[in-house]
Ligand binder design. Structure first.
Ligand code: ZN
Length: 319
């Protein structure tokens, strides 16, 4: 069984779908690579952002729930997600965020890398990390950000935990992660590849209050497995370790198993296959509402319940 290669996707909760699209596409230059519905609740959108072709390790997804109250950051959750940036692009991003009216903090040094942080419209904490780490992604050349400054997929996630050790055990004993550094209360674990989405940071906060789930909360983080066979090995191994793992769920663009790690964070192990180009071409990604076959017969009713969204949220002239 191969060790886990890194992060596959991160799924979070938003309130307003359009504000979410405006922010991730127009401000951060992520491509809207899929618009579909929540497969358990088809009256709700599920939107996916990533690089040009939806490479695992770049995929940020949201369920926009219009009436959702805002969550509160606290222990037992993923308290921040970080995108990688090329070295030398941080100053450009500080200027861009300021010009877009986004307040940011930093830069601070973390393990020798410069980090700034800010919030999305629902209060989700995003960090940008200037790094030399390799990241093979395909920048979205038709997007609002010059390719040389484009975000390079995920750098890391931070889990805020009252107790680090039980989570560390799962990462190192059952997922192939390695402790690579410690800085104060922050412990850094590294996946097996040498590419995007490599790091999981555990931030020890023994006195932190419990997080409250809501808009701006990260619902779960998903790790990469290459195929069904490897995922099946993980399913057996994690169950043998005493974790309550769900059966395989078909998520149309990947297949998933889920379990809650001992610190309270929902983990998913997802396959790279079949990927986001399984039902539309690279050129057409995200351009129309995609539904799984079982919902196609209800398409008109589903579309009528969803709020309208505008996908083209910037013009190349204004950038
Ligand atoms: Zn997921």
């Amino acid at each position: 069984m191969q060790p886990i290669q890194g992060l596959h996707h991160i799924t979070a909760i938003a309130s307003d779908a359009q504000a979410n699209i405006d922010f991730y596409v127009r401000v951060l230059g992520q491509r809207l690579i899929k618009t579909t519905v929540n497969f358990d609740d088809p009256g709700t959108y599920h939107v996916y952002y990533g690089d040009r072709r939806g490479t695992p390790g770049t995929i940020m997804t949201f369920f926009p729930w219009p009436a959702m109250h805002r969550g509160r950051r606290g222990a037992g959750e993923t308290s921040a997600m970080a995108y990688a940036l090329p070295q030398g692009s941080l100053g450009w991003w500080m200027d861009r965020l300021t010009a877009q009216g986004v307040a940011w903090d930093g830069p601070e040094k973390r393990y020798g890398e410069s980090v700034i942080r800010f919030e999305d419209p629902d209060g989700l904490v995003i960090e940008l990390v200037a790094t030399d780490s390799p990241s093979t992604i395909e920048p979205w050349e038709d997007g609002p950000i010059p390719s040389m400054h484009a975000l390079r997929g995920f750098h890391s996630v931070t889990l805020l935990l009252r107790d680090v050790e039980p989570t560390a055990q799962v990462l190192t004993h059952h997922m192939g992660y390695t402790l690579v550094a410690r800085e104060g209360a922050r412990y850094r674990y590294r996946g097996a590849s040498n590419d995007r989405g490599l790091y999981v940071d555990l931030l020890h906060a023994p006195d932190a209050g419990r997080g409250a789930f809501g808009a701006g909360s990260i619902h779960h983080i998903a790790f990469r497995t290459v195929d069904d066979e490897e995922q099946s090995s993980y399913l057996s191994a994690l169950r043998s370790a005493g974790l309550q793992v769900t059966p395989v769920q078909d998520r149309q663009y990947f297949r998933s198993i889920y379990f809650r790690e001992p610190g309270g964070v929902l983990f998913e192990v997802a396959t790279d296959e079949p990927g986001f180009t399984s039902d539309e071409s690279v050129e057409a990604l995200g351009s129309s509402l995609k539904l799984p076959a079982r919902y196609e017969a209800q398409r008109s009713q589903i579309e009528a319940r969803l709020p309208p969204i505008e996908r083209q949220v910037f013009t190349t002239e204004e950038e």
